[in-house]
Design a protein around this ligand. Structure first.
Ligand code: UDP
Length: 437
């Protein structure tokens, strides 16, 4: 289904004020090279989760640059999402996927046959849900078009080689693509597909991230019964075990014994995530009606409210156990807040321990770091400012679009890339975290 309700994109000149003339000029030049190329983005959900968040800004931005781009969402029912959520967890290293589920997967993929349309030239397929669409593409279309598989998840690549059924199926499918994009080197599978390492990004002018009037921030706190006099600690995440919301509640309780403060767990549901109801129940049980814990189950399009709650926070937490990238980390840093986050996946690219936040593993570490930041608000502000600068330099939409256009330009106009090649536009940040800073 074609997505038709996208917000308009702010004029490029507004982005220029944030990222500078040079960055926009480079984008315009690349767009000029690709002006006759039509882009299609395919994923499995219009709202909820990081991919939908990225595409909501990325697609209007490409159109604003003059590149005709369409976003298409596959059609699927709850049983398919049960299967793909299990697959997602499995690829992140948790057991539960059974080979019988493969049939449910293919049945839905057959229903979506024809989603990759004739009138597009560069098609990016996001995550494992629509990965198999390539199987239905006629050979001549496969030769004429350029197909990219973009993987946003924390792939346990070592486990992948041992996954009896899934590993080989995914390998076979991914190797049909002209390129793969991965968020970090650590997720690169040993597959024969030209690979590009590109971290995700946030849109500084989206409703989620743009500056808000202080009155709106206050009104949002009031609406959700958050006391403006007590410092607020916030985690924004789907209710997912890998985001460890129960661990956040436990850490918060330890902090609360030492200092008055409140916790907001801002969650929500993605239609491709059937497990969230169960996790939400466990979170409610752990919070046990504690008046300082606000569990906010918001609709997935509550962009300005999430923005306001992040801005109202003294500390942002992202206590993930697995995390492809963690847009919520970049969102918190962009708002000048220090982030206490799990030392996993793409998070260490964004947070340098002790510089713009803290990297943690255990509940006790989480509690200690939150307490430290609440007790030293000046230090917390300093860290937050460094975090904003770091996001400005590395994790904004303009950089993400530039990288993606470079990949497209390479595939459309460049030399044929070796199937074993790995291209990385940001080797320092991606190989070395941000330690070089
Ligand atoms: N998000 C939201 N409301 C929620 C939960 C999450 O708007 O209740 C947004 C969050 O602000 C971020 C995205 O969804 O933009 C989540 O992306 P992330 O990479 O952090 O995690 P994912 O859900 O993709 O695993």
């Amino acid at each position: 289904m074609k997505v038709t309700d996208l917000p308009g994109c702010p004029p490029l000149r507004e982005y220029e004020q944030i990222v500078g003339k040079e960055a926009i000029a480079e984008l315009e030049e690349l767009a000029g090279r690709l002006e006759d190329v039509r882009f299609q983005e395919i994923n499995s959900t219009r709202l909820g989760g990081g991919v939908a968040e990225i595409l909501s800004s990325y697609v209007p931005f490409l159109n604003e640059l003059g590149i005709a781009t369409e976003w298409t969402v596959m059609e699927a029912d709850p049983p398919f999402f049960e299967v793909t959520k299990t697959l997602h967890n499995f690829l992140q290293g948790r057991n539960g996927f059974s080979p019988e589920m493969i049939e449910v997967y293919w049945e839905t993929l057959r229903r979506n046959e024809g989603l990759i349309r004739d009138d597009f030239d560069v098609i990016t397929v996001h995550d494992p849900q629509p990965l198999g669409l390539i199987e239905h593409l006629p050979r001549d279309a496969l030769e004429e078009k350029r197909l990219i598989w973009r993987c946003h998840i924390h792939l346990e690549t070592l486990a992948l080689d041992q996954l009896n059924d899934i590993g080989p199926i995914m390998k076979k499918l991914v190797e049909k693509y002209h390129a793969g994009i991965f968020s970090s080197f650590q997720y690169l599978p040993f597959w024969s597909v030209p690979s590009f390492i590109i971290p995700p990004f946030i849109d500084p002018l989206s409703e989620k991230n743009r500056d808000l009037p202080p009155e709106e921030v206050q009104a949002t706190m009031e609406k959700y019964g958050i006391d403006p006099e007590k410092p607020l600690v916030t985690q924004v995440s789907r209710f997912d075990v890998f985001k460890d919301p129960v661990g956040v509640v436990e850490a918060f309780k330890r902090v609360r014994q030492r200092i008055p403060c409140q916790l907001a767990l801002v969650g929500g549901r993605a239609c491709d995530d059937p497990e969230c109801y169960c996790v939400l129940r466990n979170v409610r049980a752990a919070a046990a009606e504690n008046p300082d814990i606000h569990i906010l189950d918001l609709p997935p399009d509550s962009y300005r409210e999430v923005n306001a709650l992040q801005r109202a926070s003294a500390v942002i937490v992202q206590k993930s156990i697995k995390e492809g990238f963690g847009l919520t980390v970049a969102e918190g840093l962009w708002k000048g807040r220090p982030v206490v986050a799990g030392n996993v996946g793409g998070i260490p690219l964004q947070v340098t321990d002790g510089w713009n936040g803290y990297l943690i593993t255990t509940i006790q570490q989480t509690a200690d770091k939150i307490l430290h930041l609440l007790r030293h608000p000046d230090r917390a502000d300093e860290m937050g400012q460094r975090g904003r600068g770091h996001v400005l330099e590395h994790f904004l939409l303009t950089r993400g679009v530039r990288d993606h256009l470079r990949v497209a330009d390479q595939l459309v106009h460049g030399r044929i890339v070796s199937r074993e090649s790995v291209v990385c536009y940001h080797p320092r940040i991606l190989t070395d975290g941000v330690r070089y800073l």
